[in-house]
Write a protein that binds this ligand. Structure first.
Ligand code: B12
Ligand code: SF4
Length: 497
């Protein structure tokens, strides 16, 4: 059986890092881990090919070759998914699909996909495969429980050209113990974090290492510290592995703010090679934190917590939201101040949107405030419900936040603030690709950039070369990110309401 695995295209969003990729000579920021994992569950005798539309084109011959096309996607990829499904339909090729888009919006795809395999494939895929073998596969398979991750196979990295990606990925757990109103993680993956064993994680790292990968690896957990006790037992083994190989990788992940007062955990993570953590900081408005049930953030002085992590050698990336019912027109300047003072350079600011079947979605539905489906991109400046604040004021205010924090001056100030606080544990070795990125940045930002960006670029290079030499590589990377964020911010500002 010939099976074509297809990963649809991402639009150019905050997270696509599309405008950074030419600097690092990569085609995409992240590989399709879900699809690679599912590939590991398919029968060994099947012939598999994977086309990631963020890296390659999908040719008619690819579809014609396949007996079945399997698609994986999140909501933001929906437009590309629809195009892929239409092409398969025209060629009469059987389709199967899974992943968060299909799991959270099953009804939208009932007539478009032959087999929807919903929830985690460890549970929903085996019955599909068994029925397919007997020629009686059904339209929908749903996972009724959350699987134990010890069943999850090692991703089939051999199916993709890993060097075309900027960062590789690994997953140590699924699920999050918190239950924020707007988040669909607890629907999709539950509130009890399920972890892989240290042995299994090391096995996955061994595969990436033996394939020659050096550089960034993203632990794509919903909350890496969701089960602190377990992860503290795993980290010493990661530390030993990394030390024995002289730190071939740097790790980034997502965690909740209660990392910041756990010295033991911070120390273990930094020692293991974690230098970046994404945290949902959301808002400086305490009523809004209460509204969205982000109780963990209320327990901390968030600015002090961020500073503490930066001083320990962890760069904090932040997620922020405006548009809560408790936000009034002062929220825009408060968010700007909060972001600027924190030195969180990579600040993903979104308008509140209701993802299907979240608690927020249910509440807004009951209040008759839900409008249309979410685009799935929380940074595209659209909103899918009737907000309490006047909608135009909210959208204009949102745009102002994005425009301001990514203006060359404010961005420069934030990078400076970050560098003042950041105490990297070890100097980040510039890889050859990063060195080439640096040379390209000299040309595109330093020589060909416009007057203002050129000025701040050179100012930052000089400043970091003199005062922050240990973090010089980070400073260059952040200036390149700034270029991407400005392009995305410009697109958001130019959109019609
Ligand atoms: C890593 C990640 C990213 C990476 C993407 C990397 C990539 N190339 O995929 C980055 C940082 C770019 C990203 C960005 C965004 N993300 Co994201 N992301 C994740 C995260 C944390 C892990 C995804 C992952 O790799 N999981 C590991 C693999 C093994 O799991 P999986 O893909 O779910 O696959 C399993 C099942 O879904 C299923 N399955 C998957 N595909 C298929 C296919 C078939 C055929 C079958 C049978 C089964 C199947 O089987 C697999 C094994 O069980 C998830 C949360 C999560 N826990 O999944 C959010 C998540 C997918 N992201 C989400 C969102 C909303 C976004 C953003 C819009 C912004 C944001 N809030 O972060 C942006 C949009 C992307 C863009 N470019 O604009 C939502 C999606 C909601 C939805 N219903 O679609 C999630 C669920 C988290 C959340 N609630 O915020 N994200
Ligand atoms: S802490 Fe993060 S992953 Fe957990 S429920 Fe809240 S938003 Fe979702």
């Amino acid at each position: 059986m010939n099976v074509l695995l297809v990963h649809p295209e991402y639009p150019a969003t905050f997270w696509s890092f599309k405008h950074v990729l030419p600097f690092v000579a990569k085609k995409a920021a992240y590989p399709p881990l879900g699809l690679l994992t599912v590939a590991g569950m398919l029968p060994r005798e099947w012939v598999l090919r994977l086309v990631d539309l963020n890296v390659d084109k999908l040719k008619d011959q690819d579809i014609e070759w396949a007996d079945m096309v399997m698609v994986s996607a999140m909501m933001v990829q929906k437009p590309s998914v629809l195009r892929v499904l239409e092409r398969c339909r025209q060629k009469g090729v059987r389709t199967a699909a899974g992943g968060p888009l299909f799991t959270s919006a099953e009804d939208d795809f009932k007539d478009l996909v032959d087999h929807l395999i919903l929830g985690e494939a460890e549970i929903s895929l085996p019955p599909f495969l068994a029925d397919l073998a007997e020629n009686r596969a059904e339209p929908v398979y749903r996972a009724a429980q959350f699987p134990d991750l010890t069943q999850t196979p090692v991703p089939r990295w051999d199916l993709i050209p890993i060097r075309k990606y900027a960062t590789l990925m690994i997953q140590s757990s699924r699920g999050c113990p918190f239950n924020c109103e707007f988040c669909d993680i607890t629907n999709l993956f539950g509130r009890v974090p399920r972890l892989k064993t240290a042995e299994r994680l090391i096995g996955e790292l061994d595969v990436m290492y033996s394939m020659g990968w050096r550089g960034n690896i993203f632990f794509v957990d919903d909350n890496f510290i969701g089960n602190k006790g377990q992860i503290k037992k795993i980290l010493p083994e990661l530390i030993a592995w990394m030390k024995a190989r002289n730190y071939p990788f740097t790790f980034l992940t997502e965690a909740s703010i209660n990392l910041s007062d756990d010295e033991e955990l911070i120390e273990l993570m930094v020692e293991a090679g974690f230098d970046t953590v994404f945290i949902g900081l959301e808002t400086p408005n305490e009523q809004s934190l209460r509204e969205c049930e982000k109780s963990q953030n209320l327990k901390f002085d968030m600015l002090a917590a961020i500073e503490h992590l930066q001083a320990a050698g962890i760069q904090v990336l932040g997620g922020y939201i405006v548009g809560f019912d408790n936000d009034d027109e002062t929220i825009f300047s408060r968010q700007i101040k909060f972001i600027q003072e924190s030195g969180v350079v990579t600040a993903m600011v979104g308008l509140l949107n209701a993802l299907p079947n979240t608690k927020l979605w249910q509440r807004l539905k009951e209040e008759n405030r839900l409008l249309l489906g979410s685009s799935g991109d929380n940074t595209d400046g659209t909103i899918n419900f009737i907000p309490k604040m006047d909608k135009d004021t909210l959208i204009q205010g949102y745009r102002k936040v994005v425009r301001t924090i990514y203006s060359p001056r404010q961005f420069y100030r934030r990078v400076s603030r970050f560098l003042e606080k950041y105490q990297p544990r070890r100097r980040r070795r510039m890889t050859f690709a990063e060195f080439k990125a640096f040379l390209r940045s000299l040309l595109y930002l330093g020589v060909l950039g416009n007057g203002v960006t050129q000025w701040y670029y050179w100012k930052m290079l000089v400043k970091s070369a003199i005062f922050h030499r240990k973090a010089f590589s980070e400073a260059v990377t952040l200036m390149i990110y700034g270029y991407h964020f400005r392009k995305v911010a410009k697109k958001v500002s130019a959109q019609r309401s």
